[in-house]
Design a protein around this ligand. Structure first.
Ligand SMILES: Cc1cc2nc3c(=O)[nH]c(=O)nc-3n(C[C@H](O)[C@H](O)[C@H](O)COP(=O)(O)O)c2cc1C
Length: 298
């Protein structure tokens, strides 16, 4: 079989009618291009494939420190999944049967209907994904320097995924509407359990530091920007009205964005763990981690 090695961008058709919601127009204006082809090829979410590969290695490292991560879809097309009563392992088990990486199999059927409807109308959908990190030790991140806050690093990583327009940690969005007494996770102590909380509205981070609860973080994704019916745009050369260009396009990419989010969170948490525990080989890192945990227990 002959594999072509000629991937020249010059062989692809010009894109003179920029697509709203993409970098097309802003990229043309910024770099002085005559059309959007160089913008859309470079701005493509295909770059996230490498981040997922790196995240997979970070997940293996985190397993050595007993931490596990998962991502799942919690909303598409206004249809929500109901998973608050499920454990980490129950969510994982349900995901293994899911097409959309959604742990609520009844809601998933409705989400698929919404995607099919949008596709028929040549429209697109966004939604919400969630990443859960289990068994995170307290003490990752820092309140002492703004750029070492764990919440800031995770939010930045998730916002860097194309089409993500908002990030929520724990009950962040709902908590803005509530009284403090209904939001903050009160602290209890009993023997032999030790210090514990009855709720995790903070999503596992207080003051920029992991507090020992599961980290729960959500990303809100806008609908895919390329609509097969073409939104209003202009020809950038003539300035005449023209429908936006249509490249091959997904209808909804929320499940994939969740997988990317899981990978970038693994990267951030692995870095924070290495900063906290150090070590030049995995045995040393694990020893430092275990010594820290025994210190906390003592
Ligand atoms: C996994 C994934 C797949 C995507 N697939 C498409 C696609 O097929 N078509 C499209 O127009 N946008 C797609 N996007 C979204 C665009 O990359 C995004 O809308 C564009 O970069 C503009 O978003 P921004 O304003 O957040 O940068 C995808 C995004 C992700 C994360």
């Amino acid at each position: 079989m002959r594999i072509s090695t000629d991937f020249s961008i010059d062989k692809l058709p010009d894109v003179r009618n920029p697509r709203p919601g993409h970098a097309d127009l802003a990229g043309i204006l910024k770099y002085g291009f005559k059309e959007a082809r160089p913008v859309l090829e470079r701005a493509s979410a295909r770059e996230t494939a490498m981040r997922v590969a790196i995240g997979a290695i970070c997940k293996i490292f985190l397993r050595e420190l007993k931490m596990r991560l998962l991502s799942h879809v919690v909303m598409i097309g206004g249809v929500e999944s109901h998973t608050s009563s499920l454990s980490f392992d129950e969510i994982l088990k349900n995901l293994s049967k899911s097409k959309l990486n959604c742990a609520d199999n009844a809601s998933e059927k409705l989400m698929i209907e919404e995607i099919d409807n949008a596709k028929e109308k040549k429209d697109t959908l966004g939604g919400i994904f969630e990443v859960i990190v289990e068994d995170v030790p307290p003490g990752l991140g820092s309140y002492a320097e703004s750029d070492r806050r764990l919440d800031a690093m995770l939010a930045s990583a998730i916002m860097s995924i194309p089409a993500v327009k908002a990030v929520e940690i724990g009950e962040g969005i709902e908590s803005a509407k509530k009284l403090g007494s209904k939001v903050h996770d009160e602290i209890f102590y009993s023997k032999p359990k030790g210090i514990y909380r009855k709720t995790n509205n903070a999503g596992g981070i207080e003051g920029g530091i992991s507090n020992g609860e599961n980290i729960i973080i959500r990303g809100y994704m806008k609908p895919i920007s390329t609509l097969m019916k073409g939104l209003n745009s202009i020809d950038i050369a003539t300035k005449e009205a023209k429908k936006a260009a249509t490249e091959r396009s997904d209808v909804c990419a929320v499940p994939s964005a969740g997988v990317i989010a899981e990978a970038v969170c693994a990267f951030v948490i692995a870095n924070a763990a290495l900063e906290k525990f150090g070590g030049d080989n995995i045995s040393e890192t694990r020893r430092n981690y275990e010594a820290y945990l025994s210190g906390l227990k003592a």
